[in-house]
Design a protein around this ligand. Structure first.
Ligand code: MV4
Length: 452
């Protein structure tokens, strides 16, 4: 039984995890950097420990400092949240070696999925459909590389095995560019990830980004918990997500979901996780698996009624999942707007003092945030300061609630992307449903302009 959890994260997700702990009667310990001293969740925790200066490398990424804080407080478990150390296999091992529970999948799960080539190989073995292309690294021999690319068919995309989330990728349109592009991507992979393995895939030109949430216990049960559409993004930063993915045959989603749950059982996956797919012309193609709780988990909670963080904790302490796949429902529709402290036109971060913080509330509305009037947004971290989540019986009802909720929102003192969200909920392509991953970047000016 877990009696106490050290939360190795900050901001809205630290508070989200704290709420789940409180609901389960688990004591919370939070670690914080000097820049997060005035955050209210730091006072709310039973114990709080400053682990270093503002720079994440000297605080939220300092494994020794976090492990020491856990030792001092005798924390039974550590919850890493998202980002920071959440997908770090070495950290997971060190937590276990210290006799503590890491709330997340096993270090081996993280290692397999962290290497995008081994992830793809595992998915092919488990029967999950992948983007066409070999599940092995490109060879050194130029003639062999050319033959592989020709076999896939141009355009192709080169990806670094150590990359992911949009880092270390390059599209190749013609054979002329192949070897120079490969050399550059290799060098980037070597420098950024210490891994110069590169793989090649067919480049999909207009996909949607659809993901499947899963949860697996230590007793061989693995379930899929519906789909999310995360196509509205800019520079690999998601802006607005929804569940379920609109306009896709639920039977097709269910068949992919079953594949994901099968893959979890095949891989002895533990905890919560997300299978990321590209969806184009009616077909799904696996690209990556995230071995953590994700920012957008609330839309899945709203449509399934399952508290993912509570179940993540319960599974980590060995509880069996009490529901079967047939018990999992996808009810209605949910949207999440990521509220960022940033300029809506330039996307430049906008830290500083929040002078007014009026958030909507009422039925079918959820706001996940650590911010408040008088809170100072520090300049050192991600600009996400909150998430506005709504639910409706239908997508249109959820959208109407989202419009109303955004109209009620008033944040002053710092710039936020609220105006972008207000414009998005009136963008006809978005309201119709099913925009691709390029929609926001292509139409950003028009979307903002037509709202004014
Ligand atoms: C792709 C792709 C097109 N074809 N793979 C970007 C992030 C990383 N997770 C994988 N990514 C992509 N992989 C093939 N074969 C286009 C992207 C991509 C993308 C994917 C999801 C969400 C946003 C994106 C933005 C640009 C490119």
């Amino acid at each position: 039984m877990i009696r106490s959890i050290l939360i190795a994260n900050r901001g809205e997700i630290a508070l989200r995890i704290m709420r789940a702990c409180e609901a389960l009667g688990i004591e919370t310990i939070v670690v914080y950097s000097q820049a997060d001293r005035e955050a209210s969740y730091v006072q709310r925790a039973a114990r709080s420990i400053c682990i270093g200066p503002a720079a994440a490398s000297k605080s939220y990424l300092d494994q020794a400092a976090i492990l020491f804080a856990a030792e001092v407080t005798k924390a039974d478990a550590i919850h890493p949240g998202y980002g920071f150390l959440s997908e770090n296999a070495e950290f997971a091992e060190r937590v276990n070696d210290a006799g503590r529970i890491l709330i997340g999948p096993t270090a081996e799960n993280m290692r397999i999925m962290g290497d995008k080539i081994s992830a793809k190989r595992a998915m092919i073995a488990a029967g999950v459909p992948c983007v066409p292309g070999p599940d092995s690294a490109l060879p050194d021999d130029p003639a062999a590389v050319r033959a592989i690319a020709r076999d896939i068919g141009y355009p192709i995309i080169l990806k670094a095995a150590g990359g992911g989330g949009g880092r270390g990728m390059r599209v190749v349109v013609m054979e002329d560019e192949l070897l120079p592009s490969l050399a550059i991507t290799r060098e980037e992979g070597r420098k950024a990830f210490g891994n110069d393995s590169i793989y090649a895939e067919k480049f999909l030109s207009h996909p949607r980004h659809i993901e499947i949430q899963v949860i697996a216990d230590y007793h061989g049960r693995a379930l899929w918990l519906g789909s999310r559409d995360c196509s509205l993004q800019r520079r690999h930063q998601k802006i607005l997500e929804e569940a379920p993915a609109p306009g896709i045959d639920p039977q097709l989603i269910a068949s992919i979901g079953e594949r994901c749950a099968d893959a979890c059982r095949y891989l002895n996956y533990r905890g919560v996780g997300t299978f990321e797919f590209l969806y184009e012309d009616g077909a799904f193609y696996f690209i990556e698996m995230n071995t953590r709780l994700q920012v957008e988990h609330p839309v899945t909670e709203m449509t399934t009624g399952i508290d993912l963080v509570q179940w993540q904790i319960r599974v980590a302490q060995g509880d069996p999942l009490p529901f079967k796949q047939a018990d999992i429902r996808c009810e209605g529709h949910s949207f999440e707007c990521r509220i960022n402290a940033e300029d809506p036109k330039t996307f430049m971060p906008s830290p500083g003092l929040i002078t007014q913080w009026d958030m909507p509330n009422g039925p079918h509305i959820r706001v996940d945030t650590h911010a408040f009037a008088g809170y100072r947004v520090p300049p050192y971290y991600d600009s996400l300061i909150g998430k506005l989540v709504v639910h409706g019986t239908t997508r249109d009802e959820a959208l109407a609630r989202l419009r109303e909720a955004l109209a009620e929102t008033n944040i002053t003192g710092i710039a936020t992307n609220i105006d972008l969200h207000r414009a998005l909920v009136n963008d006809s392509a978005f309201t119709k449903g099913g925009v691709d991953i390029h929609h926001l970047e292509k139409n950003h000016q028009n979307i903002l302009g037509s709202a004014a």
